[in-house]
Design a protein around this ligand. Sequence first.
Ligand SMILES: Cc1ncc(COP(=O)(O)O)c(C=O)c1O
Length: 450
Amino acid sequence: MKDSNFLNENNARHMWHPMGHPGALQKDPPRIIKTAQGSTITDSDNNTVIDAVGGLWCVNVGYSSEPIKQAIADQLNELPYYSAFAGTTNGPAIELSFELSEMFKAEGMGRAFFTSGGSDSVETSLRLARQYHKINGAHSRTKFLSLKKGYHGTHFGGASVNGNNRFRVNYEPLLPGCFHLPSPYTYRNPFNETNPERLADLCVMAAVDEIEFQGPETIAAFIMEPIQGAGGVIVPHKSYMKKMRDVCTKYGILMISDEVITGFGRIGDWCGARYWGVTPDMMTMAKGITSAYFPFGACMISEHIAEVFEEGGPSIANIGHGYTYSGHPVGAAAALACIKESKRLKIQENATARGNQLFEGLKSLKEKYDVIGDVRGGHGLMTGMELVSNQENKTHMDAERMTKVGEKVYNSGAMVRVGGNNILLSPPLIISSSETNQILNALEEGLKVL
Ligand SMILES: Cc1ncc(COP(=O)(O)O)c(C=O)c1O
């Protein structure tokens, strides 16, 4: 690699960054991350901090997994790539599909369609949902329902079911036929309801109202995250997903559980659907499947959907969808090694223990600092806090002050993700208790600047 003078001079000059203003980033270039170990990252000025972002909710087994690195190196030597389009396949992809169908047998998932990441997995699930209904002769079932505050990636389908307007408005018009339901977000909701269980019921009633208004026979699928991540770690009441499952079943609507964050241990179980006791029709996965050592994802398909495709007519049930890197042998080898490591390390158990520690710590901070409007978590290592400049009116803390807090937290020893007026915490699932305390201490230093 070129020296640091070169990197600093060219930082953001010739590269546009996701989710940022290209001009602003040229004036204030992003931090260069040089190396990483365990749960820590080191920047080009040699500052080492705890990565409370876990890369981007994804480096579940931490940065030093030798078995994953070795599996990638071995696979590169054996077979660096071959296409999985009709006619050829490869060993690691076959083995991974078997492993995943075993791992998610309880959810009824019998088939995997491999992708290069979360947005691809979401796109796959939406397309297959429409095709499923077409095979069944239900040609009018083309619409999608999703939740406000949901995040489902940035392809046109995913952005269309996305429930945050900052990812939508500059790209409109989006896909027609996508409708958004109220999120079970206790801190802010149009019903002014603060009881999570009652709010869940109101949201289910609103969903039924929308379905009946649209006409159930026009709706293909409902997609939701078991816990909404990028929208601010919004945890529904435990009854919500189950009740929405019942609604979907009643109206013949497929339920897609977007497990891109919640899959592979982060929520304290191997998937969010299992955590809430729900059997979805499809599950979208990425991130923790390889702990981000290789860009890879999967759309898992339930046995009963698979049956319809596999017994469908040659033209209508043919899958006219796929990616050059679907079933990439190196990605599949990375996923196999990552899943093995995740199970060996029992990362879901540590996610629960450290997640509770982080959540309790944030609750203590909330008692001390008025700027904390809400803290959310307690279900694995998905934790968030919402900052407000006025507790009573719940006025969002402005972007400038949010940036200042993020900077101070970093300089005090932890990288956190600032999203709107939320601070989102999703460290590697191998994080230790003392590292968790280091995040809490750094956060407190950050809060002091307000
Ligand atoms: C729930 C969910 N779905 C989909 C995506 C999109 O994944 P990717 O960024 O890998 O395309 C994300 C990304 O954060 C996500 O959180």
